[in-house]
Structure formats: structure tokens, C-alpha cells
Write a protein that binds this ligand. Sequence first.
Ligand SMILES: [Zn+2]
Ligand SMILES: [Zn+2]
Length: 464
Amino acid sequence: MAIKLKFCGGVRTVTGSSHLLVTEKSLILIDAGIFYGHREEFYSVNSSFSYKVHKLNAVVVSHAHIDHCGNVPSLIKRGLRCRIFSTSATRSLCRLMLADSGKIQEEDINYLNKVNKKLGLPFRQALYTKKEGEKSVKKFRGIAYGQKFKIAKDVTLTFVNAGHILGSAVVVLDIIEKNKSLRLGYAVDLGRSGLPILDGPVAPDGLDYLVIETTYGGRFHPPIVDAKEQFKNVINRTIEARGKVIIPSFALERTQEVIYFLNELLKEKAIPSVPIYVDSPLAIDITEVFKDNLAFLDEKTRTLIRMKQSPFEFLNLKRTRSRRESKVLNEDKRPMIIIAGSGMCESGRILHHLKNNIEDSRNTVLIVGYTAKDTLGDRIRRKERFVKIFGIEHQLNANVEVIAGFSVHADSNELFNYVKKYPDLKRVFLVHGDEDQSQAFYNRLINDNVPVYRPVQDEEVVLG
Ligand SMILES: [Zn+2]
Ligand SMILES: [Zn+2]
């Protein structure tokens, strides 16, 4: 029987990564990510599966971003019997991320059911609850980078560092059948060299096939050192004007990256000594996971933590867990830096900080991450004159600054260089990118005579 790869999700789009490897003896699912769309689409796409869940022999999770692991609890609810393999750091992060994802869904469904009650419509259910999200990690088996693990009769798994977020992995699957063997690599998502905290991505030897992301397949990031310089200047300008720097940030990786740079800038005395608030219980818990997983950090960060000079703990850094502590920040008129979620300003405590600070021209809203179209974060990034927060229009008088260089995704050049490490590839499959980005990267590879292919949703291709 031919070895096949089916593209079940995260093709021609960014979210919902999911791929099915079909061999003579096994069915292996690579990633079970949540697809983000409008509410109806969200629930219908994420609760339909084009394969029999109970027949899977193994699930492999590349990293703890919800668009890669967020649908694992749905699989469990559908009768998943097999184990889920990830790195041990990913396993720890998934406990927090999946609980948070369940909590967000419960809140959304509670709101929807209130509306449905009024309209006499039937009640709906979340894909899974906070508790179900949290519990699902019991099925995870955490393994180290470089460790070979037989996950099915004819498939061996190895993880190597993807350099994207803590614990992220390029998945390597060796498939050995009677008369053939092949090696498949899955670099979705792929990070960058030179990022703080993590080592750069590793390219495993001898791949026959490669599945690679294309989030920034047609873009080029500014260097990371420039991002740090820009960060310094924004802070200095705002503090000089006696304003606040408000940073909407993803709780996983971006917040730790921002804290890391703030610690460096303070040590270099490049910015004034002002209080820095991490106003996100999730980000605080995630930062603890970083401290518990030294083997997954780069040498510099590891050494700093061992020498009790952790870049995640310093005098100016304050953590606000409770809502009461968070609200106190509104009354405090001193210059300060506030980091809060969500990164795209769609929910969470950042909304209160924006509401309270966005009309004051002394303040700065600093966008450090991706903002999807039509989100509040995107409207702020585009400097719309008025933005709606909690249903009320606010005039956007604060400065808006954007730092693109903090990205944890490889850009077009970094993706290209990664692919070019494999002159003997039989085929490269492009996934995890919007049409324009994956098409741009496709053109670049085709012009260089790389055997490249852009699959469509639910397409099945034969390997070997
Ligand atoms: Zn990711
Ligand atoms: Zn992703």
C-alpha cells in the first residue's frame, strides 16, 4: 500500500493545522489545531473530522500554539484511544493553553446561550470546557529533542528544535515498510535564529519530503537587533512625556521575549527605571513553565537563571494576578509599562488598559505581534481615529508604534534557506499561510527549480 499524506487543515490558511499520515499499518495525526473563523464556522469546522478518531494509532503535536494543539480535547471527546506525543515542555504548556482555550469557549457559549434563551433558540455547547482542556494532557507523552520513539509498528518519531516557541519541534517521521523507507519532516511552525531565550531551528538530516509553513512566505523581517533599538526609543519617548506604554501581547513566548528585552535594556541603563506590569495570569503561569524547562532554553538564558539572574525576575517587574490589582493600575498616573493580553486586543485585561489610556496623547500603544484583519488590534495598528472598546467609541490620541522584528516565524529568506538545505528533496509541501504569502513563496521555490506543491484542503498525496 502506498504511503499517503492527507492535508486535513491549515492549508491555504494560517490556523487549524492538521495532517494525517496513512501507512500500510498505521494512521498518524500530525497536529490537531483549532481553526479560527466566525462563530458558526469555528464550531462546525472544529467539530468535524474526515477520519475515524478511534482508529488513530498516534497523535503528534508540534508545539503548544492553539492553532496546532487546540483541538486535542475534541479528539478525546470523540473517543481517541491512542497516545499524544509532544516534547515535555509542550506538554506542560498545553495544560495551560488548553485550559485557557476551554475557558474562552465556555465564556463565549455562556454569552451565546443568554442570547439564545431570549430568542427561544436551542442551547449550544462549547467544543470543550476548561476542565476538559486541562485534563487532556494526561494523554500526552512528553519526550526530549533528539530522542527516537517508536509511535506505531512502522513509524518512528524524532523531535528537533524548531526555534519558534518554548518546546516547539520540527517533527521527523521515519516510515519503514517491507520494501521501502522514507523520512518526512514537518516544520510547521518554523522559528528564527537570533531570537532571545531559544536556540535557532535545527534542520534534521536526510529528509525525503518536507511540509513547511508559509506565514511570512512573501515578507522579510527587520533584524532582531533593530527591534530592540526601536523598543528602547519608544519607551524613552513615552516615559519622557510622562506617559504609559501599553503592550498588547500573546501570553506565550511574545510576553517572555518582551520581558527579556526589558530586563536587558534596564541592565544596560538604556531605559529609565519604571515599573513594568505583567497583567495576565496566563502569561505569569507560562513564564513559570519557562523557568522549569531549562533544557529547552538557550545557553545564555539557562546560565542567567542558574546564576539567580533570571531575565524573568527583576526588581522593576511586577505581576498582577487579581482583577483588583489590575484595576489599581488605572488609578496610578505614574509612567509605567503594562503588558497584557490578548495580543490582538479582542478580549482580556488589555481592553481596560486601552479604554483608560488610548485617549491620552502622552501614552503609547505598542503593537509587537500579529493582528488579524478587523480585530481591535488591527484597527489600532492602522491608527483609525476612533475605535470601539466595550461598545463605546474612543478617540485614538495615543501614539501607535509597531515593532515587526519580534516575530517568532521565519520570514521568506529564512524559510528559503531552510528548504535549500535539502537538495535531494522529492517534494516540499507548502501549508500554514494565507494565499498571497504561500503563493509568493511557491513562486520563489519554483524559480529555483525546487519540487514544490501547494495542496488544498482534504487533498491526499502519495509519498514514496
Ligand atoms: Zn506557532
Ligand atoms: Zn501556527
